[in-house]
Design a protein around this ligand. Structure first.
Ligand code: DUC
Ligand code: ZN
Ligand code: ZN
Length: 464
């Protein structure tokens, strides 16, 4: 007798797409069979796909900001948004401020995250690899942190080569993954200064200040230094093919490197930042969205397996008000407008629609990109990212034919806009289950705040 049976759906089981029933007990998948009779509760999933819950390994949620304060998206609102979009697990960032430590931030982040409903892990950002900070890493590892994050740009975060090498060495010593934001700090600073001196301050100049070569150079350097140290890395948010080529070359020579891209790099363009007035700020993220032609080339890199995962880089700043994009006023120069866009809820629908519904990838590839591969690289597989006996019963019942026009209300986040407003998608989550509990049904999120679990992580796979 199972607690719950999902009957009649078509499940993605690795490379197979199979009509089957799924039995759930104690929050885990207990049986996968042609027919499951004995269950206390039954959900009929006829006509629906059954997918593993989305695993989003690149999120910024309720993250303290270097200038003080904290991001608007709370763990509770982020959980609502994630469940609305079919994501059940996230790995979010914990900051380090220059001169500050790691552990104190980690503990505070765990308390914040415990108020949400998502199962979660953390990447620990290292912005200042001081001896004292690095001495705290063993305690983080003991608590289940599985990865470090290095930024090669941003005033408050960037590491020079010496700092990055120190992070790589520490990760190697402690068996951690390193994720890297690859853009050349000095090149961006120079271009930004030149643009601003010339009076080019509008949001659209954000893209001009950080062209692909800036991302390509930093990606090449990050891979080379990781290769030197012998440390696995993941290149975050690859925006275009010329950057992905660096990853492809490294993979071909056997370097332990994986790479992610995000929905914004197959849907948004630099022209979106050229909307009238301040509107362009809504699309401002780093790396910058490129061109419509580039989208096809990014899909090619996805199909070739050069790009392993698709995450959201959810980093929400509202358009209105004083906490978000407009915190320095509507006339602020592009270099002080907060970078980042919300995407937790939109990720699965946008990628399913652009990928599966438009025939660019098949269903198993979709599941690998948004769930299985991120879980593997994060060291969470097969507890997460799989429909398999023994895995957590994190499932999405997916209506592949449902046509939806994306609106901000559907995103259910705390941010007052979505960059995908008005986009037509085919495919939408009908229900989300987290550890066997229905947490979203037809858009209504019912999970209890505080019900998310901390996910201690072991060493992840170097590649998916
Ligand atoms: N870029 C980042 O590197 N982080 C958060 C948001 C963004 O756009
Ligand atoms: Zn980044
Ligand atoms: Zn990010």
């Amino acid at each position: 007798m199972y607690d719950l049976a999902i009957r009649g759906g078509t499940a993605v089981l690795g490379d197979a797409v199979v009509r089957c029933d799924i039995g759930i007990s104690g929050g885990r998948i207990a049986a996968i069979a042609e027919r499951i009779e004995a269950a206390a509760q039954v959900i009929q999933a006829d006509g629906l796909l059954v997918l593993p819950g989305g695993v989003d390994t690149h999120c910024h949620i309720e993250e303290p900001l270097p200038e003080g304060g904290v991001q608007e998206e709370s763990w509770e609102s982020a959980s609502r948004s994630a469940f609305a979009g079919g994501t059940t697990t996230v790995v979010a960032h914990v900051p380090q401020f220059k001169g500050g430590g790691l552990l104190e931030q980690h503990r505070a982040a765990r308390e914040r995250a415990a108020r949400g409903m998502l199962d979660h892990g953390f990447h620990q950002i290292v912005a200042d690899p001081s001896e004292a900070a690095m001495a705290e890493i063993p305690a983080l590892v003991a608590d289940g942190v599985g990865s470090l994050k290095a930024f090669l740009t941003y005033d408050s975060l960037h590491l020079d080569d010496a700092g990055f090498l120190a992070v790589l060495q520490a990760a190697r010593r402690h068996g951690l993954m390193v994720h890297v934001h690859c853009e050349n700090f000095d090149a961006i600073r120079l271009a930004t200064r030149t643009l601003i001196e010339a009076g080019c301050t509008a949001p659209k100049y954000h893209a001009v200040s950080r062209p692909p070569v800036v991302e390509r150079e930093a990606t090449h350097r990050a891979i080379a230094l990781a290769e030197l140290v012998g440390q696995p890395i993941q290149i975050f948010h690859v925006s275009c093919a010329e950057v992905a080529e660096e990853v492809a070359r490294a993979k071909a020579r056997g370097v332990n490197v994986s790479a992610e891209t995000c929905p914004q790099y197959v849907t948004l363009t630099a022209d979106d930042m050229d909307r009238p007035g301040f509107e362009g700020a809504k699309f401002m993220c780093s790396p910058a969205p490129r061109s419509a032609e580039e989208h096809g080339r990014v899909w090619d890199m996805i199909r070739r397996g050069v790009l392993d995962v698709i995450t959201s880089d959810h980093c929400g700043f509202s358009y209105e008000g004083l906490r978000g994009k407009g915190k320095h006023g509507r006339d602020a120069a592009f270099d002080v407008i907060p970078n980042g866009i919300p995407g937790l809820a939109a990720r699965l629908p946008v990628i399913f629609s652009e990928g599966v519904s438009k025939g660019r990838i098949d269903l198993p590839a979709f599941v690998k990109l948004v769930s299985e591969n991120p879980a593997k690289i994060a060291g969470l597989y097969p507890r997460k990212g799989a429909i398999a006996v023994g895995s957590d019963a994190d499932l999405v019942l997916w209506d592949a034919g449902r046509q939806v026009t994306i609106t901000n209300a559907l995103m259910q986040h705390a941010i007052d806009y979505t960059p995908y407003e008005g986009m037509q998608v085919t495919g939408w989550p009908a229900a989300t289950l987290r550890r066997g509990e229905v947490v979203m049904w037809d858009g209504a999120v019912t999970a209890r705040p505080g019900s998310g679990q901390w996910l201690p992580r072991g060493p992840g796979a170097d590649r998916a």
